[in-house]
Design a protein around this ligand. Structure first.
Ligand SMILES: C[S@@+](CC[C@H](N)C(=O)[O-])C[C@H]1O[C@@H](n2cnc3c(N)ncnc32)[C@H](O)[C@@H]1O
Length: 201
């Protein structure tokens, strides 16, 4: 699709994407990656959290938008994925001080992160646990901080009310909850597999 390839990915991103594919791990689609870079740059996001590192595709997009003194905290439970992400970061010449890769389960790691400290939180792992990650993200964000939920349209199934499988229902419910949550201003952006955005009031 034209908009997905509007900002083409360079060789480093394409290799990170290949690493992810070799590990059987889906990555953020290019349209959403480009959007994440724009968002991180527009708000000078210095403190960013990513739930689900994968091989580092979304992380690279974010890091490219963040200021040089920003730090990305990214959580993944798979050692192989952390290793692949490290390779991707090294290949892009990312200063190791700009990334903090925390190994472990997100439901155990997120509660240890500091309240109201982060500019941007990207949720991109395990749709089953999105409700819990979104709640943690809202705790972590400073006022004016941005929540981004990847795969929020789940291959367009979320928009189709006849799709009632468990994951689709959970992801649809997360959108509905955020739409009615007075703590945020939400918007659904149909880039990639859907990026649900919500600014923390
Ligand atoms: C869809 S991939 C993330 C892709 C990455 N955000 C990107 O776009 O490049 C999901 C990742 O979340 C990790 N993951 C799944 N469940 C997790 C959990 N409970 N805690 C931490 N990481 C988890 C997987 O190991 C996988 O690397």
């Amino acid at each position: 699709m034209y908009s997905e390839s509007f900002v083409p990915e360079d060789d480093v991103l394409l290799r990170a994407r290949e690493r992810a594919a070799d590990l059987g791990c889906p990555s953020v689609l290019p349209g959403s990656g480009a959007l994440l870079r724009v968002l991180a740059a527009s708000m000078s996001a210095r403190a960013v959290v990513e739930v689900g590192t994968g091989a580092g595709v979304a992380a690279l997009w974010l890091l490219r938008g963040m200021p040089e003194d920003g730090q990305l905290t990214t959580i993944d439970r798979e050692v192989e994925h952390q290793r692949a992400a490290r390779e991707s970061f090294a290949e892009d010449g990312v200063d190791p001080r700009r990334t903090r890769i925390i190994p472990g389960r997100a439901d155990e790691v997120l509660p240890r992160l500091t309240d109201g400290h982060y500019d941007l939180v990207l949720v991109g792992a395990e749709p089953y646990a999105y409700p819990e990650y979104v709640e943690q993200a809202l705790r972590l964000l400073r006022p004016g901080g941005l929540l981004a939920v990847d795969d929020a349209l789940h291959r367009d199934r979320v928009a189709d009310p006849t799709r009632r499988d468990e994951i689709t229902t959970i992801v649809r419910e997360v959108g509905r909850e955020l739409r009615n949550d007075a703590r945020v201003m939400p918007a659904m952006v149909p880039s990639g597999d859907g990026l649900l955005l919500a600014v923390r009031r």
